[in-house]
Structures are given as C-alpha cells and as structure tokens.
Design a protein around this ligand. Structure first.
Ligand code: ATP
Ligand code: MG
Length: 589
C-alpha cells in the first residue's frame, strides 16, 4: 500500500483509464520526472541541488483556499489527486493556498484537514501553506523586475482595465511599462515597506499587451493589501496574486502533475511562462510541474459555489456548515454519506475535458451501494400505529430472530421480542385496500417479518374517524424458521416492533435541499428553489437494541432506507437518527 493510504483504503486496482492517467503513464514511460530530486521539504533550486532522487514517482496536490468548508466538488478533486498518487506510487500534498489575507481563517484550515482525513487520505509530513513561500515569491518578483520581465505599474485599476483591450482588440502599453528596472525595483521595495496605499500600484509581468490571450497582457503578480494574514500576521503588506503564487507553490513542492479545473486553461501559458523564466534564472529546478485541466463537478439539485454556501449558512436557511442538508463534506458526513461511497463516486464519474452535469442520483446510488453492503439491518417504525394480536396472551413474550445482514450470515442474528401489542407502519393497513395492496386489510393474511402470519380482523377509530389501532389474530404454526412457516401462503410481509420494548426516538428525514435540478438557473434567485421538505423531524419507534447505539453508527432500517446516529446529538440511551438516503430513488422521472 502506498504512502498516502490509510488502513482500509482500497488500492485503485480496478481503475479505468482516462486522459489524466494516460498522460501520467506517458510521463512515467518517458522518464520525464525520473531525474527530479527531493530535499525533503519544498524549496528553490538551490535547496535541491545534489538532493536525493525523489522517491515518489509523481507528486500531486490538493490546494484548497482556507476560505470556506469543502463541498462535494472538492471531494472529486481530493479523490482524484490522492487517488492518482496512490495508484502511481506517488505522494499527494495538502497545500493551503492562503495568499489572500482577508478571507482566510484557522477554522477553515482545521475543517479542511478533517474532511480530507475523513475521506480516507493522508498526506503524512506533506502538509504545506503557500504563505510559507512568501519570502521566495518576493525574491522571485525582484528577480523578474531586475531581469526586465516585470515592472511596477502606477495606473489606477480602471486605467489598467481600460488599457487591457478586449477579446477582439489588443491592449495598449501603459505609461509605466518601459520604466527602468532600477526604478521599478525601488518602487517595489517601497511597496513592501508599506510606503504606498492599497491599490496605488501593482507589479505586473511584462509579457505582451497584444497577446490574443488576455491573461498574457501583463498580468498583475503583486498587489498592496494592508491586511492581517491568519498566519503571517502583519509581516507583509503586499501579497502575490493567485495566478503568480500557484505555479511557484507547485514548483517549490516539486509537483509533477498540477491538476485544476477547466477555467484555468487560459492561465496555463502564464503558468509555463513564469516557471520557465524562473528556471532560466536559476531560481527553480527543472523538470517543472505541468498544469492539466479537467471538468469540475457539476451536480444537479445542489449548489457548489462557496459564495452560495456561505449565504445559506449566514442567512440561516440551514443550521450551520454541518447541516446534513448542505452539500458540504461535514454535512454529508453527518447525513451518513460514506468516504467509500465518495471514492466510488469519483471513480465512477471519472474525469473528462468538457463541462457536463452529473445527476445527483449517481452520488446517492454510490452511497446506497456501499451502505447496502456495509450497514447492518434494524427495524424502525417511522409512522407508528398499534397492531393488537387479539389471540396472543397478554403478558406473553417470545423471541424472534432477525438476520443482521441478509447477504452476510456471519454477522449473525439478533433477538427481537414479540408481544401482543406491536407498532406497525400506518400505511401497512388499509380499511379498503386499493388494487394490488397486499398488506393488512380486513380478512387478509400477512406475515409479520421474522414472526407469524396474522389475519387482519379490523380496526378501532376515534370520534373523528382516525384509525387508533388495527386488530389481527396470529396463526400459531406459521412462525418464520419453523417447519410450518410456509403452510399459509401470503403476499405481504411487514415489519413491526414490540410496543412494550420499543424505544421512541427522534428521526430526521432528510431529502434533497433543492427541489429543482438546476437551482437558480437563469437569473432566478436560487433560494426560491429550496425544498421546504428537505427535513422532516418525527418520533419513530425503534427496535430495542437501537437504544444503545453510538454516534455515527449506520443501519439500514428495513423497507425505509439508510440511517446514521447523529454525530452531534445522538447518545446511547437517547439515540437520534438521520436518514442518509432512501432505499429507492423517489426523484427519478
Ligand atoms: P474559490 O476559488 O472561488 O474560492 P474553489 O471552489 O475553487 O473556490 P478552492 O479552495 O480554490 O475553492 O478549491 C480547491 C481545489 O478544489 C481546486 O483545485 C479546485 O479546482 C477544486 N475544486 C473546486 N470546486 C470543484 C468542483 N466543483 N469539482 C472539482 N474540483 C473542484
Ligand atoms: Mg479556487
């Protein structure tokens, strides 16, 4: 098992090919990264000269900005980057891309680490912060200025924008473009020393104002921001731009394959330009990392934009970042989604080069598939009504035996007590049965799962006509597992719990957070598409063994779906369950 694996993480043996895997395999075959050295920690060329050959065949990284909680889209990126490192005997770094001082917080750093661990991945000693490279990034900018490859531009933001040109028109050089390197350098040092106000000037790479690629029309690489950074405090009042910082971070960490989403495709020429110039200047070592783009995950029925997620939390449409309705990874975890399910999902959707939508049911099916295999079965009555077995003696009790997992007999059976009064689902009785209804109605025989066949005899009603109890008589020789079990044929089979033994518990029935496939499509306010029925809280009657459930235990409640004991609110003695997913897709059209 490779370094990034935690026990229990399966190797990516059954992986299917895709364009990224083909790319990596071609690089491995040509030995492109074989000469790379690794000094143990990230650093510029000098650190690596004479360093040991890099033991990792490839290096990838997951580079979140610590400005929010991770969502389902990030899970794709995490599984991809860590999964490739596992498959190709490489290493995947966890790097916090914390180059923007204003929006970043330690709370997010901790939550991101937790989420990545929870998904089953480990970066060992390879956890990094982009802010650790601020010193190098500054030196590199001085180098570019000195070499005539960057300059300080004192135009206002509006002027810079106006001179940048458009998709059809080339840009125009501004008045500061041809100032001397010495002049630019002096200004840059003043910027660093705090002598200028935010926005007064920026450093720009000097490339080509007429380039057909707007990203090459002298992109900004440094700006003034007098803000306190969550790690470097007030040491800096200038900060590198993301497009400048990111390639350098990759190069210092000796990343081989830098995977990112498609919107960065037009940035790739700058990525290559920058690293090439710094390598030419001896600041970075070759072979350099290469950027490869893939389509981001777009999922129906959710929003995967940090801005919208923050809005849902701040405006209290949900109860915090870990609300089980939210498509964050902490929310998904509380909802009962599994790391194995996410890894299966990532493998199943694969990576492609053009944007497309994945139906939410694909993710739900992966969760069902893993839970079907891994979750033990239990019985819960979610909408209880009494069933009274009139010919069963009051005070009598007997054991029935229910398998913990139908496909795994080695998991054994547990005892469920049968008594005269049971809880059954209200919908399992119909006074006048619709066509094709095989459950309880007067005169019909039904099996009480793991127990006897009963004949329904009628029901009690209150003054308003509501059914308050259902009556039946059991047929003594028909107990499941005995010789006479099949002596009476039935078409219906219902679940039940002994009323005397059952434990009443809070159960939260979660459903999709949005009621439409593309929330907020067009100009519509996405909040209008919220599904008001995404959470329903009920009191259910559970079989007695569930009373002592520990938090985060998962079960299939027979005939209902998969449930998890809530991470925050469930305690042995007072369990609280969340519905993860129903047994079948009720959204299919
Ligand atoms: P922003 O940059 O607007 O804050 P972001 O979603 O890109 O938002 P990052 O923290 O930069 O957030 O993302 C970390 C990594 O996750 C990036 O490499 C990014 O490409 C990847 N990522 C983000 N959203 C998705 C998605 N929907 N599908 C696949 N990968 C994603
Ligand atoms: Mg981003």
């Amino acid at each position: 098992m490779a370094k990034n694996a935690k026990p229990g993480t399966e190797p990516a043996a059954a992986s299917t090919s895709n364009f990224i895997r083909s790319h990596i395999e071609a690089d491995l075959a040509s030995g492109k990264y074989a000469s790379r050295t690794w000094g143990g920690k990230p650093g510029p060329a000098a650190v690596h000269q004479g360093g040991a050959a890099d033991p990792a065949k490839i290096r990838t990284r997951f580079p979140p900005e610590p400005n929010g909680y991770l969502h389902l889209g990030h899970a794709k990126s995490i599984c991809l980057n860590f999964g490739l490192a596992l498959q190709y005997n490489g290493i995947c770094h966890l790097r916090f891309d914390d180059t923007n001082p204003e929006k970043e917080e330690q709370e997010y750093v901790d939550a991101i680490r937790d989420a990545a661990h929870w998904l089953g991945f480990d970066w060992g000693t390879h956890g990094y912060f982009a802010s650790d490279y601020f010193g190098f990034m500054y030196e590199a900018a001085e180098h570019l200025i000195t070499a005539g490859l960057a300059y300080v531009d004192e135009q206002s933001a509006d002027e810079i924008r106006a001179n940048r040109g458009t998709l059809t028109q080339p840009g125009k050089p501004g008045p500061w473009r041809d100032r001397t390197a010495a002049d630019s350098l002096a200004r840059f040092r003043e910027m660093r020393a705090g002598k200028h106000a935010d926005g007064a000037m920026v450093v720009r790479a000097k490339i080509d104002m007429a380039s057909p690629n707007i990203n090459l029309r002298d992109p900004a690489i440094y700006r003034i921001r007098k803000a306190t950074h969550h790690r470097t405090g007030d040491s800096w009042c200038i900060y590198p731009m993301y497009t400048y910082a990111h390639p350098i971070e990759d190069a210092l960490e000796r990343i081989s394959h830098s995977l990112c989403t498609l919107e960065f495709q037009d940035q790739r020429p700058f990525y290559d330009w920058l690293l090439g110039k710094l390598a030419d200047g001896g600041l970075l070592a070759r072979p350099l990392p290469q950027q490869i783009e893939f389509a981001r995950l777009n999922l129906t029925y959710v929003v995967l934009s940090k801005r919208k997620l923050i809005q849902l939390v701040e405006e209290k449409h949900v109860d915090g970042w870990d609300d089980p309705r939210l498509p964050t990874l902490v929310g998904a975890r509380r909802r009962g989604y599994t790391a194995e399910g996410f890894r299966m999902f990532a493998e199943r959707i694969g990576v492609v080069k053009s944007d497309s939508w994945i139906d939410y049911s694909v993710l739900e099916d992966c969760m069902r598939e893993h839970l079907n295999e891994s979750a033990e079965r239990r019985i819960a009555v979610l909408d209880p009504v009494k069933l009274i077995i009139d010919n069963y003696p009051q005070g009598q009790q007997e054991d029935c035996h229910a398998p913990n997992h139908p496909q795994k007999p080695d998991l054994g059976k547990r005892v469920v007590p049968l008594t005269r009064e049971l809880w059954i689902e209200r919908e399992d009785f119909a006074e006048t049965p619709p066509k094709g209804y095989f459950r309880l109605f007067p005169g019909n025989n039904v099996r009480l799962r793991y127990g006897y066949v009963v004949k329904c005899t009628g029901c009690d009603k209150d003054a308003a006509g509501n059914i308050t109890a259902v009556h039946c008589e059991y047929i003594p020789d028909t107990k499941s597992g005995t010789a006479g079990a099949d002596s009476v044929k039935v078409k219906g089979n219902i679940h039940w719990v002994s009323a005397q033994h059952a434990c009443a518990a809070e159960v939260r029935l979660y459903d999709r957070l949005f009621k439409t496939e593309h929330p907020g499509a067009g100009d519509r306010d996405f909040l209008l598409d919220l599904n008001d029925n995404a959470r329903r809280v009920i009191t259910a009657q559970l079989e007695p063994v569930l009373l002592d459930t520990t938090a985060e235990s998962r079960y299939q409640f027979e005939r209902h779906g998969y449930f998890i004991a809530d991470r925050n609110d469930s305690r042995p003695g007072t369990p609280v369950f969340n519905r993860t997913v129903t047994l079948r897709d009720s959204w299919a059209k």
